[in-house]
Ligand binder design. Structure first.
Ligand code: TRP
Length: 504
């Protein structure tokens, strides 16, 4: 059974597929908003350290395990050791959880792409542009005529990932020219580790989750990709390329959104999952008519990036079922199960789509935030002797309703004050699914895998797999350190931070 898998025609094909799966909404939507909420430079620093010391090793490990076993996650882990089969099952559950918000975001991106597309033709589907004399001004506008020509050539020449790269570059330059943008670079790149001193665990857990999510790690995706990687290709080289390309795209997205926040939103970077849509809306409207074209291209390319990622996520779940069917001698039923899984995910997407991204029922959304629904909204402030600065306190009325204290309210000894905990963890359904998948299960998966490689199966298993066809495994000491010590300990901290955050 070892080697009878079809593999990619060329290594370039493999890299495009792996990078295509890794680069997605995680990079363009997730990275900027998490950076915005978690200290800018401090977040970037922790992210990069994790990518080098944890991400790279886990990437090499997953690709090697996948290629060695030639199987999808459940069968692959079972083959390595019966005791680790549950890791394979987790690798099927995690993509499911991810898709429960990924599809919703994909839908939002599509809406934005179409909104800008219709605006280009002057159909004002969201009332931003002026359609008067459209044709006359269009043909007389040399700038946009040239732009359209260039776009057409560009789409012909590149399409897909490279086009996204070029698009990001153009928007980076545009945003850089806006007054006030400099604050964004300072936020991102200016040495400032205060957020680490204030709340190291928060930055660590946010950056770690983001790193796994963005690199598609800790959930079997790269095991599946590895099973398609040819034996004569270098596992390590491919892992390095995927990690670098993915990180580059994320940083580019940050270099658009952060400066845009400083130029147009008064430096407010912490608005959460809506940040991409909110900030880009202003950027494109500032461009005038051309903004419609740029907006369309931007979201169309993000759409392509998102589709290539969500398809591979769906595939992880579907192929689990298909492999199981084949094993039991049943018909594979690929199409059928792809549809069943998609419908099932759709149902679980409904809360994400209906809670108004955390607006909750008070904010006019159809359903409440997870904290409301699960009744985890309130916690007693405990034995306090004065109000802490920057914290909002509530009192509970006889009718059970919590009322916010006014800013100048005097502290009353013996009174029970409450805190709104829904703001500290999974404020909305998106965060809730996100926290379960990238917050807990991905780090757990990475911890167990790294521990297994470091202490049980030993790094020689990886070295042997990587050294086929005359490739030399470099940095054995470094990787061994990553598997044995850095990843397990680092991830134990992440899980600790996540779980204490969860229970307040
Ligand atoms: N990395 C993808 C992104 O940044 C999302 C993702 C997470 C993914 N895990 C995956 C894609 C597994 C494919 C397979 O958007």
């Amino acid at each position: 059974m070892e080697n009878n898998r079809a593999s990619f025609g060329s290594n370039f094909g493999f890299i495009m597929a792996a990078v295509g799966s890794a680069v997605g909404l995680g990079n363009i939507w997730g990275f900027p908003y998490k950076m915005g909420m978690s200290g800018g430079f401090a977040f970037l620093l922790v992210y990069l350290v994790l990518a080098v010391f944890v991400g790279l090793a886990v990437m090499v490990g997953e690709l090697a395990i996948g290629r060695k076993t030639g199987m999808s996650p459940v069968a692959a882990y079972r083959k390595l050791s019966k005791k680790f089969t549950w890791m394979g099952y987790m690798a099927v559950l995690v993509p499911f959880l991810v898709l429960c918000f990924y599809f919703v975001l994909g839908g939002m991106v599509t809406r934005y792409a179409l909104g800008y597309l219709t605006a280009i033709f002057g159909w004002n589907t969201w009332n931003v542009s002026d359609i008067a004399d459209f044709f006359g001004s269009f043909i007389l506008n040399g700038g946009s005529m040239i732009l359209w020509t260039a776009i057409f050539i560009a789409i012909n020449a590149f399409v897909g990932m490279p086009a996204l790269f070029v698009m990001l570059l153009i928007v980076i330059i545009y945003v850089a020219c806006q007054p006030g943008a400099g604050g964004g670079y300072k936020f991102m790149f200016g040495w400032n580790i205060k957020p680490l001193q204030e709340d190291f665990l928060k930055v660590l857990k946010t950056a770690a989750g983001q790193m796994f999510f963005s690199l598609s790690l800790g959930m079997g995706a790269m095991i599946t990709y590895g099973s398609y990687l040819k034996k004569q290709e270098s596992v390590q080289k491919n892992a390095v390329i995927v990690v670098i390309c993915d990180t580059l795209v994320a940083i580019m997205a940050g270099m658009i959104v952060m400066p845009a926040c400083y130029a147009f939103l008064g430096g407010e970077t912490s608005s959460g999952p809506g940040l991409l849509f909110l900030s880009m809306q202003i950027v494109f409207s500032k461009m005038g008519y051309v903004g419609n074209i740029m907006g369309f291209l931007f979201y169309a390319l993000v759409f392509i990036a998102a589709i290539s990622s969500s398809m591979s996520l769906l595939e992880v779940i579907t192929s689990f079922k298909v492999d199981q069917n084949v094993e039991q001698g049943k018909a594979p039923g690929r199409k059928k199960y792809a549809i069943i899984v998609a419908i099932l995910v759709f149902v679980f997407c409904l809360p994400t789509a209906l809670d108004g991204l955390g607006s909750g029922t008070n904010g006019g959304a159809t359903i409440g935030n997870p904290a409301d629904v699960l009744g985890m909204h309130w916690a007693e402030a405990g034995d306090i002797t004065e109000f802490a600065e920057g914290t909002t306190y509530y009192v509970k009325g006889d009718d059970g309703i919590y009322t916010k204290l006014a800013a100048d309210e005097a502290f009353v000894e013996g009174e029970t004050y409450y805190l709104d905990t829904s703001k500290t963890w999974n404020a909305d359904w998106l965060d809730f699914y996100d926290m379960l998948s990238e917050g807990i299960m991905m780090p757990l998966g990475a911890l167990v895998m790294a521990f297994g490689i470091g202490w049980i199966w030993k790094i020689d298993m990886i070295v042997e797999e990587c050294e086929q066809s005359g490739h030399k495994f470099w940095g054995k000491g470094f990787f061994n350190l990553c598997y044995k010590i850095i990843t397990p300990i680092g991830m134990a901290f992440v899980l600790y931070a996540q779980i204490t955050g969860f229970f307040g």
